[in-house]
Design a protein around this ligand. Structure first.
Ligand code: FAD
Length: 1005
């Protein structure tokens, strides 16, 4: 059939469907109900919509009437200012006055329950089963989904599976009482065309709480293990099991789980999977799945949807610097939907098709394609979400007789994510339902247009638009963070073990010093060891003594004049070249960290990304700052403000961000015209030496960057006190930082400069958990912040301050979730936590754990591997008070102190009560508390409703105050100023009464 003819038929069918529901409205768009009014108001008022959806999100966690009234006021204003749509019911009922607030709250609460009830068939299995009976009496089949998305612990995953067992138990009994729909096929368990009456959907990530593409195989195995248990039961009662598709991150894992499950149930046809047309991978994934099914001769079933995570996918990919995995033009998704539907229907013998959409155009297209391909009715059905598009579902039922409603049941708290997604979907500008049924409905012709044509037109319009120039200042593209590793990509997943194997295949070599552009070997060496297997030696690191450091300082001093006078743009170009070199060997650089300091894959990769970011960012910053600025506008006078480097910089770096921090401090010094003597930590000198390779390859002149690993107690003071050192850039512990401050302050004979010290020290960082916090977010983020890289980040969370009202619930979930964190070598992605960096760290941390037993109560202590390795358990200690040492001293390890605060004021007071002020976090959904924290939570980097580690260059310049640092912000717009002295040159341009203004640019341009 010709495309035009088919399209004409689709439009005709669509028009007929529209005509059959003329005058009807889905409940959500019916303004005679509260829900309908609210939805209408939100569609007209974007700000209200945001507030409403945020309120709906927090609503289930509001346990007392004070909390409820407080949040209503915070979100929507006082009763008088509140949008009439919220308060009108109460006004009419005369509910205002002294008691008005709480009565209004009750009314709103009842309405939100009703709104949730619109989409959820019940909170208990009994109610759900009754509602299913009603659905079936109306002629619809159902697919039941247990509410709940990602689970946080094995116990929660187990509870999720158990809920299915209970549900299936109830359905097994119940299905005998259900009449077969459309006469069935003679079997009491089957409806039309042999379709099972019992049909359930499962969410893979709810089955395994640590699902993560980084551990692809482990995730597949664990999900499969859980799904098998549900599947066995479903098969036993001749039911249907569909595996839902969640965010893109889990797509390939889910597809793999499906394939393996199907191989185990080769001949059982009623196991399906969901594919999302909005994904750019969708065509390829479907083609692969179909050809696999044909090759294996395995019957499959696909529910085709457009995809429910569009906002999330676009935001997340932008934040991570990844290509957007979803289509960005709605008509593209719609056209893909029709294209994929055809692919499936063409293979209807092997693939059963569930067409899941509310879009009349999409449905009409499927009906027409199926007709054209003469697909038997039993091979395809229609599915819609319970609570949505009621007129459409009735019309399709009438037309086809085969409509299944996706019917979620379960706890409202778990259901809020689902509800918010449905509300967003319905009120989005792109929503077919909104465009069909809301106030300003679009004309039917537009709604039924061929999306392929619409998309082609939109593309043509886009192509005609002038290209957005991506040039930043001075011809460089604007700064953008280096994209994070993307473990959804198989090439990224294999790159790590390959790089680690490559590293191991090289003999443990000697790591020399680098002074004045040449390698220099010393007899004094120390071994660099893998903390998970200390007997594994990665290299022998030459140790600088005082003569070598002296020599390095001399080289740096000699190189200084020429380097200082190198044009700032040229200096910046060296950094850009270095960035390119680092980018080209990113996995090798990361692999060294996995083995040398025990960083997990993603963390190691992030460290290299940050190093690249520093190079790219500081290069641009220098180009910006390097041009002298003209000040004042007085005639006859020329004032120029310019910078010059301070001199020779000592860069003393820690082991915990072994490339990023070293590279950040060194590159800032270099690009601003200083020369550098770099002393890495001995614990990460192999990583540190990569900087030598990178800068050497980038062509940095000899002496500009010198590398002198050595023992702090031997060379530290000498380096800091040396009269030729003008600047010390240090990141590390408070003890060493304060010593450097003191030593650098003393002037030595021959010293020409007052030394500048840039000092980043430790933290005792707290996260506050407010009583309305979203625990689904807070618990995993907190665990990541506290135990990622074994808690050995200066930004790591070491105190969690929980409001009394939520304390018990929070602690219970935290401890259960922590149990899922397995401890083992960082090179194996199955382990979330690894070994600490060395024996000294192990001893110190263990002493704090012992102290914790005295000061508080151990809530959880994880098992650790037996045998060699610097293992310490993941430890959570409760009952800690502000006066305890565990609440005040930096531990730098995986030990989390849990504190119970009576209210928000006390939580803020405790958060601020240590000598440090580095990072801090707050999980809260109270607008007032968020506002208070912005002002009163005094830390260098405050993170709201997210983890507190992983600051990004340019977006979150990093550094603290008080005993955490001297207020410099690495990766921020003022950082380079710390490495330079400003100068002003003033010239009188008046010569015998004649002012020569044109001389300006010639002088300093
Ligand atoms: C029975 C059933 C089961 C479902 N199961 C799942 C599931 O397992 N996983 C899942 O992700 N979703 C699932 N969904 C939801 C589904 O993905 C859609 O979000 C929802 O059905 C709305 O799509 P529509 O075709 O009905 O409406 P339409 O209004 O025609 O389409 C809306 C959809 O278009 C897409 N879109 C919106 N804006 C843009 C844009 N700018 N560019 C490109 N595309 C855009 C989005 O996918 C959006 O949801 C299910 C839906 C149903 C009916």
């Amino acid at each position: 059939m010709q495309t035009e003819e088919r399209n004409a038929r689709i439009i005709a069918r669509g028009k007929a469907l529209f005509a059959s529901i003329a005058g009807e409205k889905p409940t959500l768009f019916n303004t005679s109900s509260w829900t309908g009014k609210i939805m209408e108001w939100s569609m007209r008022n974007e700000q209200f919509k945001i507030q409403l959806f945020r309120f709906v999100d927090v609503f289930p966690s509001l346990k007392t009437s004070e909390q409820l009234t407080g949040h209503i006021r915070e979100y929507f204003g006082s009763e008088q200012d509140m949008p009439p749509v919220l308060s009108s019911g109460a006004r009419m009922a005369g509910m205002f006055g002294t008691l008005g607030g709480s009565l209004l709250a009750k009314l709103i609460s009842a309405n939100i329950h009703e709104m949730a009830g619109q989409f959820i068939i019940g909170e208990q299995v009994g109610a759900a089963v009754r509602q299913l009976g009603k659905i079936r009496r109306d002629g619809f089949a159902a697919v039941v989904d247990v509410l709940g998305e990602a689970t946080l612990s094995d116990e929660e995953a187990e509870a999720y599976i158990a809920t299915y067992q209970v549900l299936l138990g109830a359905l097994e009994h119940e299905q005998q009482r259900w009449e077969c729909l459309r006469g069935g096929v003679g079997d009491p368990e089957l409806d039309w065309g042999g379709s099972p009456k019992v049909n359930v959907s499962v969410k893979p990530t709810a089955i395994f709480c640590m699902a993560n593409p980084q551990d692809f195989e482990g995730s597949v195995q664990a999900i499969l293990k859980g799904i098998r248990r549900i599947c066995a039961r479903v098969v036993a009662l001749k039911g249907f099991l569909c595996i839902d598709m969640e965010s893109y991150r889990f797509k390939d894992i889910t597809l793999e789980v499906y394939r393996r499950l199907k191989l185990e149930y080769r001949d059982y046809p009623h196991i399906g999977i969901v594919l999302q047309a909005y994904l750019r991978d969708a065509d390829r994934d479907l083609a692969d799945l179909l050809s696999w099914a044909v090759a294996e001769n395995i019957p499959i079933s696909v529910r085709l949807v457009k995809g429910a995570y569009w906002d999330y996918e676009t935001v997340r990919s932008a934040q991570m610097g990844w290509e957007i995995p979803v289509r960005t033009v709605k008509a593209d998704t719609d056209a893909t939907y029709e294209r994929l539907a055809r692919m499936i229907l063409e293979q209807h013998q092997i693939c059963h098709f569930a067409c899941a959409t509310h879009n009349i155009r999409s449905i009409s297209a499927v009906i027409e394609i199926a007709k054209e391909l003469q697909v038997p009715e039993a091979r395809f059905e229609f599915q819609m979400l319970y609570g949505m598009a009621e007129p459409v579902r009735r019309a399709i039922l009438k037309e086809t007789g085969r409509v299944r409603l996706y019917s979620p049941y379960g706890d409202m708290v778990a259901g809020m994510g689902y509800l918010v997604r449905r509300l967003l979907e319905n009120t989005s500008n792109e929503s077919f339902l909104r465009q069909s049924f809301s106030g300003k409905a679009r004309i039917i012709e537009r709604l039924l247009e061929d999306p392929a044509v619409t998309f082609a037109q939109e593309e043509a319009v886009q192509a005609g638009l002038p290209n957005k120039s991506d040039a930043g200042h001075d011809g460089l593209p604007p700064f953008a963070n280096e994209p994070m590793v993307d473990f959804t990509r198989a090439d990224h997943r294999v790159a790590f073990p390959e790089a680690i194997a490559r590293l191991r295949s090289q003999p443990a070599g000697i790591c020399p010093l680098f002074i004045g552009g040449s390698d220099s070997v010393t007899d004094d060496r120390i071994s660099s060891r893998n903390p998970a297997h200390p007997s594994e030696i990665l290299g022998q690191v030459c140790q600088a003594g005082i003569p070598e450091v002296d020599c390095a300082i001399r080289s740096a001093s000699d190189a200084l004049p020429a380097w200082r006078d190198t044009p700032h743009r040229d200096r910046a170009t060296f950094l850009l070249n270095a960035a390119g070199i680092a980018r080209g060997r990113i996995f090798d650089l990361a692999a060294t960290q996995v083995l040398e300091v025990g960083k997990q894959w993603d963390q190691a990769y992030a460290d290299v990304c940050e190093a690249i970011d520093f190079l790219e960012y500081y290069a641009r910053e220098m180009i910006r700052l390097g041009v002298p600025r003209r000040l004042g506008a007085v005639p006859g006078e020329l004032n120029h403000y310019l910078y010059e480097p301070k001199g020779v910089a000592a860069v003393i770096a820690p082991w915990n961000f072994p490339l990023a921090i070293s590279c950040g401090m060194a590159s800032a010094a270099i690009v601003s015209g200083n020369t550098v003597v770099f002393k890495p930590s001995n614990l990460s000198a192999m990583v540190g030496h990569h900087l030598v390779d990178i800068f050497r390859e980038a062509g940095l002149p000899p002496g500009v960057f010198n590398f002198v690993p050595g023992r702090g107690e031997v060379i530290g003071d000498f380096l800091v006190e040396h009269p030729d050192i003008s600047l010390v850039a240090f990141t590390g512990s408070m003890e060493v930082g304060l010593r450097i401050e003191e030593r650098a302050a003393k002037i030595h004979p021959g010293q020409l400069n007052v030394k500048k010290v840039i000092c980043e020290m430790g933290g005792k960082n707290a996260i506050i958990i407010d009583d309305d916090a979203d625990l689904d977010e807070a618990v995993p983020q907190l665990l990541g912040s506290a135990f990622g890289f074994q808690g050995q980040k200066c930004s790591a969370c070491s105190r969690v301050i929980v409001l009394d009202a939520l304390y018990d619930r929070f602690v219970e979930r935290l401890v259960k979730a922590a149990r899922a964190w397995r401890v083992g070598p960082a090179e194996d992605p199955a382990f979330a936590m690894g070994a600490v960096v060395d024996a000294a760290a192990q001893k110190k941390i263990s002493e704090y754990v012992s102290l914790g037993r005295l000061e508080g109560t151990v809530l959880y202590e994880s098992p650790v591997p037996q045998g060699e390795g610097y293992w310490v358990p993941l430890t959570i200690i409760g009952g800690i008070r502000p006066e305890h040492r565990l609440a005040r001293e930096e531990i730098f390890g995986p030990v989390l102190a849990v504190m119970r605060a009576k209210d928000f004021d006390q939580a803020i007071e405790w958060a601020n009560c240590t000598g440090f002020a580095l990072t801090g976090g707050l999980f809260s959904r109270s607008p007032e508390h968020l506002d208070r924290a912005r002002h009163a939570f005094r830390v260098g980097n405050l993170y709201i409703n997210r983890g507190i580690t992983g600051a990004m260059v340019e977006r979150q310049p990093f550094g603290g105050a008080r005993m955490s640092g001297t207020g410099t912000k690495a990766g921020g717009p003022e950082y380079l100023l710390n490495f330079m002295d400003p100068r002003v040159v003033t010239e009188n341009t008046l010569r015998r009464g004649f002012a020569a203004e044109e001389a300006d640019d010639k002088r300093l341009g």
